[in-house]
Design a protein around this ligand. Structure first.
Ligand code: ATP
Ligand code: MG
Length: 354
């Protein structure tokens, strides 16, 4: 894309509080309401009482990040829903990631996106990627995110093939802190935890991103049963269409860490996982086969035990993020002062801004 060509004439700011929120659907003016979220060409506004009372997300510079004020540097990633670009604020020089999602899609998916915006904008945690602002215009949703200059764990894995245990322990600790926040403070199930949704930077930070498939639980003990998201890291209870809760993310975390440790997706090699037949075989394997485990001849007993604490077929047998924080694996390398910062930078992550 040409530098600076993104929506050149739009000056987008947060809407005025007096603005009337229209029906529950997209109108000709491009406004739609989803629950207590108002989305239109002027930005996204959360209109519920609870969200209004929550502290606002950290905003860069003058509080008014406008798409007209940012230059596109390059495309840094592509996902199922759209593209991610590295962008730079014209006046402050600050880098951001801009996620652009085409919205000419059906109602149910639009609701998911509205949900993503709502949760993202209210999330404030050092272990969760900051969403600064979101815009909706003419079928395109643009989300300005904190730029994570190391890319994702998927990008890293492609380079390093496997991640040694001490680094995995340090990564796990940060992901668990992010999950702790989402599960126990925001009452959100991520539902799409996978290597590409764990982002890293040159400071050695690991943050969870993408809540497009998340939902706010009705209450702390609530359950969610809408089917959304991708499949490889999906827990058995979700695959069979049952109810699921926070523990579903713990299953995914276990699979992600096992993949990072061994360099292979735990169920079947990814190259065989394509096509419909193999897709069903994979689903069947996740539901029917015993859970995967870390080979005890290659990994510490603590790591093997951690994986087993995550990847249990019965969600009730899995530990919570809270419990896993005190698992021996997470803390066994603590004294060694694990330097993720050097690891991420020397591993040759893209560091697109350097
Ligand atoms: P899916 O769409 O199925 O969820 P995905 O997670 O790979 O797949 P995206 O969320 O669009 O799709 O992300 C694509 C890639 O863009 C990521 O793998 C990562 O490399 C990069 N990326 C996403 N967000 C950021 C960000 N905030 N900072 C830096 N890079 C990012
Ligand atoms: Mg993603």
């Amino acid at each position: 894309m040409k530098k600076g060509s993104l929506m050149p004439n739009l000056k987008l700011t947060l809407p005025h509080p007096d603005e009337v929120s229209l029906a529950n659907f997209l109108t000709q003016s491009g406004t739609f309401m989803d629950g207590d979220l108002l989305v239109n060409r002027d930005g996204v506004r959360i209109v519920s009482q609870t969200e209004v009372e929550a502290p606002p997300p950290i905003q860069p510079a003058d509080n008014q990040l406008s798409l007209a004020d940012i230059d596109t540097i390059k495309v840094i990633g592509k996902g199922a829903g759209g593209i991610v670009q590295l962008v730079q604020h014209k006046w402050t020089g600050q880098f951001f990631a801009l996620k652009v999602i085409q919205m000419n899609i059906d109602e149910s998916y639009r609701r998911q996106i509205a949900q993503e915006l709502k949760i993202n904008q209210s999330a404030q945690c050092p272990y969760v990627v900051v969403c600064y602002q979101s815009f909706y215009d003419n079928g395109v949703i643009s989300i300005i995110l904190e730029y994570m200059d190391g890319g994702s764990l998927l990008d890293l894995l492609k380079k390093v093939k496997t991640i040694p245990e001490p680094y995995l322990a340090a990564i796990s600790k940060q992901v668990l802190k992010g999950l702790l926040y989402l599960h126990h403070e925001k009452h959100v199930i991520h539902r799409d935890l996978k290597p590409s949704n764990l982002l890293i930077n040159h400071r050695g930070e690991v943050k969870i991103t993408d809540f497009g498939v998340s939902a706010i639980l009705e209450s702390t003990s609530g359950q969610a049963n809408t089917f959304v998201g991708t499949y490889n890291y999906m827990s058995p209870e979700r695959i069979i269409g049952g109810k699921y809760n926070n523990k579903s993310d713990i299953w995914s975390l276990g699979l992600v860490l096992l993949e990072c440790a061994t360099g292979k997706f735990p169920f079947i090699p990814p190259e065989q996982a394509e096509g419909w037949t193999n897709f069903y075989e994979l689903m069947e394997a996740i539901v029917e086969k015993p859970p995967p485990s870390a080979p005890s001849d290659q990994f510490s007993p603590q790591f093997c035990s951690f994986i087993s604490a995550c990847v249990q077929k019965n969600p009730e047998d899995r530990q919570s993020a809270h419990e896993l924080m005190t698992h021996p694996f997470v803390n066994m390398y603590g004294d060694l002062d694990i330097d993720l910062k050097s690891y991420f930078t020397s591993a040759g992550s893209p560091l697109a801004t350097l």
